[in-house]
Design a protein around this ligand. Structure first.
Ligand SMILES: Cc1ncc(COP(=O)(O)O)c(C=O)c1O
Length: 387
């Protein structure tokens, strides 16, 4: 008899398997499924990136352990931060690569939290944060993301006794599932509170290249004092369509990076060298590559937002991100609604409650299909009927 550990009880099975099963059943009836569930980029990586990966993979000396980031990878990150957000990063001591940001996010709380420590996180939030908090035996304190506060957490609502016990604050802007955007004023408030209560800030910048209007949004690290209290985790999965070639990195506070380096040296032996080389090509060509991405996603975002509003849905306003956070105009739980969507019109989304209780009444729509398919999705949404 194989029995799972007690610890396994803290991990709930992901909903994606059940959604896929329902979608497969629907597909058997001849309906073409429109999958807007997973945030896996549908655009291919730029040809320069693929060429670097392919050339490097043919070299004989690319197959050893890399242990940690190569010098050229760390320098490319430092250069990218200087060019894109005008932040000085010391390549050797302020960068640490991870095997995708999920890996870094899930492991990070182990490095900074003891049993019973509090981690401030949002509701809704990307699910990996909760997994990491639980793995470390820490306690989440959920800051609700409300429409009336532009879907940013209201830090003034956090009780003092919670702040005193908190070791870590996790933020994600532009966010998943709610595409709220970062702003300097909010980050300043974060830095002030976290400096006062000695709380480490982890800003997840996975969607930092997804903005559709105006200048690039602030990096957390570009705000005065940020490096004293925090780090950012950034990924090449979304900005450079490298989700399957796993590579991401922590960047920021030197002392925090040193602690994470020690933890990581016990977990793995580094990332495949050709992937690191491909990442360097990506970062060096970031402006050209991400401009193309923004053009495509801006159009998709407009189609989905406008289309849903025209048929009576409410959409969280945003000028960036990869998702649309949509409130459907029917009285039904978000889980029931998601499965009805598959059953009635063959569209797969993710129920809002998969990301936290505040997600009730919402679905998350990933903009991972082309404009024509998204237009068709809108037409199908318009045909929904419920008693
Ligand atoms: C907010 C956020 N952070 C991190 C990740 C993980 O991405 P990866 O592990 O591919 O870097 C995702 C993936 O969907 C995400 O939405």
């Amino acid at each position: 008899m194989i029995q799972h550990s007690k610890k396994m009880e803290i991990f709930s099975p992901a909903i994606f398997g059940d959604l896929k099963k329902a979608a497969n059943e629907k597909a058997k009836t001849g309906v073409k499924i429109i999958d807007l569930s997973l945030g896996s980029p549908d655009l291919p990586p730029n040809e320069k990136i693929r060429k670097t990966l392919s050339d490097a993979s043919l070299q004989e000396n690319m197959y050893g352990y890399t242990l940690t980031g190569t010098k050229s990878f760390n320098e490319a990150v430092s250069d990218y931060y200087k060019r894109r957000v005008n932040v000085d990063i010391e390549a050797e001591t302020e960068v640490l690569q991870t095997m995708g940001s999920q890996e870094g996010l899930v492991h990070l709380p182990i490095a900074f939290c003891d049993e019973g420590d509090i981690v401030l996180t949002t509701n809704p939030a990307y699910v990996a944060y909760d997994a990491g908090i639980k793995l470390a035996g820490a306690e989440p304190y959920y800051m609700p993301l409300k429409k009336e506060n532009n879907y940013l957490p209201n830090l003034k609502d956090i009780p003092e006794e919670v702040l005193k016990k908190a070791k870590l604050l996790i933020l994600n802007l532009p966010g998943n599932p709610v595409p709220a955007m970062p702003n300097e004023l909010f980050f300043k408030e974060v830095i002030e509170i976290c400096t006062t209560y000695n709380i480490l800030v982890l800003h997840d910048a996975a969607y930092s290249e997804y903005y559709f209007e105006g200048d690039r949004p602030s990096s957390f690290l570009s705000v005065d004092g940020a490096k004293d209290v925090g780090i950012e985790i950034n990924s090449l999965s979304k900005s450079f369509s490298l989700a399957g070639a796993r590579i991401a990195y922590f960047v920021g506070n030197k002392n925090a990076i040193a602690v994470l380096k020690q933890l990581k040296s016990n977990l793995d032996y580094g990332i495949f060298a050709p992937i690191q080389k491909a990442a360097v090509t990506a970062l060096e060509n970031a402006e050209e590559i991400t401009d193309q991405l923004r053009t495509v996603f801006k159009k998709r975002h407009q189609i989905m937002t406008k289309g849903l509003q025209e048929i009576g849905w409410e959409v969280a306003p945003s000028t960036g991100g990869m998702f649309v956070w949509a409130k459907y105009p029917y009285r039904m739980s978000s889980i029931d609604f998601t499965f009805k969507l598959i059953e009635q019109v063959g569209i797969v989304t993710v129920p809002g409650t998969s990301f936290g209780t505040e997600g009730e009444g919402y679905v998350r729509i990933a903009l991972v299909q082309n404009a024509v398919t998204l237009q068709e999705a809108i037409e199908r949404f318009a045909t929904l009927t419920f008693d």
